[in-house]
Design a protein around this ligand. Structure first.
Ligand code: RIB
Length: 327
């Protein structure tokens, strides 16, 4: 099978990760058990995840001129990602402070650093977008840059997958260029809010119906409850149950999910099956600590997918070790 070419436009951060039994409350001090410095950032994670899942992956992003930037670039390149267009910007690299509790839940604070300077895509960067089968973007870089990339992709027939995280209101011209939106419930609400459509309080089906008024295809991720896929051609949304694994750290599980989804779609899978494959990738990522270092290789995704699918409609996949996963 031909490897799809996936271009990711997005952030690169150095993650400073502390494992702690319980996340501290505001004003509280707690002891952590481990500290790790791991390459991360939603853009870098998704590029690495796409490469490991089987794509020819290119990262359009920016690192700082500090030592963290040097380390970041080396680690991203080591995963097979084309970093030849990664910009080096004078100043600090993006940094994320990540705390992870015993249940694998996390909190993340990001200082964008160089990521904020990723503006005005060059002709060469836009050519990379046009030459790809799929463009993948998230929202840790300026939204104007995401919009530029998405418009170039749309004009060239490159599919646009937007992972609308972290939650932000988005301009109409960006949403008009999106082929597939991937978001959680709060992110969905922010999208609907920004589109001037009241976000319904209730069920995923209502949120999905609202989102289909804005984009043609949506994946709504619900963490341990799995994900919903909806598009304008389907009579009703399809629920995809999660692949159950023992969760160590859910950091970057959403990145593994989005990247695997893009790769599977680029390979020609139908999107419901692609969501299943992406769920297997997210589950694989959740079994390990850290962001980029936890992203699964294709063989692991295939193993989890084979164990988890097909399954009787409506039943969770509990063929693997018990626990839950987050996407
Ligand atoms: O999605 C996980 C990522 O979010 C982390 O790697 C951190 O850098 C933040 O960007």
């Amino acid at each position: 099978m031909q490897r799809p070419r996936v271009v990711v436009v997005g952030s690169a951060n150095m993650d400073l990760v502390v494992m702690t039994p319980v996340l501290p409350a505001p004003g509280e001090t707690v002891f952590g058990s481990e500290f790790h410095q791991v390459a991360g950032g939603k853009g870098a994670n998704q590029a690495i995840a796409a490469s490991r899942a089987g794509a020819e992956a290119v990262l359009l992003g920016a690192i700082g001129s500090d030592s963290l930037g040097v380390t970041l670039k080396a680690r991203i390149a080591a995963s097979g990602v084309d970093v030849s267009r990664l910009r080096v910007v004078y100043g600090a690299s993006g940094v994320a402070l990540v705390t992870v509790d015993a249940a694998g839940e996390n909190t993340i604070v990001v200082t964008p650093g160089a990521n904020a300077a990723l503006t005005g895509l060059t002709a060469d960067e836009l050519t990379a977008v046009r030459d790809a089968e799929v463009l993948v973007a998230q929202l840790e870089i300026p939204v104007q840059t995401v919009t530029e990339a998405a418009l170039a992709a749309r004009d060239a027939g490159t599919r646009v997958v937007l992972n609308a995280t972290p939650a932000r209101r988005l301009p109409a011209e960006l949403l008009a260029a999106v082929d597939l939106l991937v978001c959680s419930v709060p992110e969905a609400r922010a999208v609907l809010d920004g589109a001037g459509r009241p976000a319904p309080d209730g069920l995923p089906a209502e949120l999905l119906a609202g989102l289909l008024g804005v984009v043609p295809r949506v994946v709504l991720t619900l963490g341990p409850q799995g994900a919903w896929y909806a598009d304008r051609e389907l009579p009703e949304p399809v629920h995809v149950a999660p692949v159950r694994v023992e969760v160590v750290d859910s950091t970057a599980a959403g990145d593994a999910f989005t990247a695997a989804l893009a790769v599977a779609w680029g390979e020609g899978r139908d999107l419901v099956d692609a969501v299943r494959w992406a769920s297997a990738a997210a589950a694989g990522c959740s079994r390990r600590m850290g962001a980029s270092v936890a992203l699964p290789e294709r063989t692991e995704i295939e193993q989890l997918y084979a164990a988890g699918w097909p399954q009787p409609p409506g039943s969770p996949s509990d063929l693997l070790s018990p626990g839950t996963m987050e996407t």
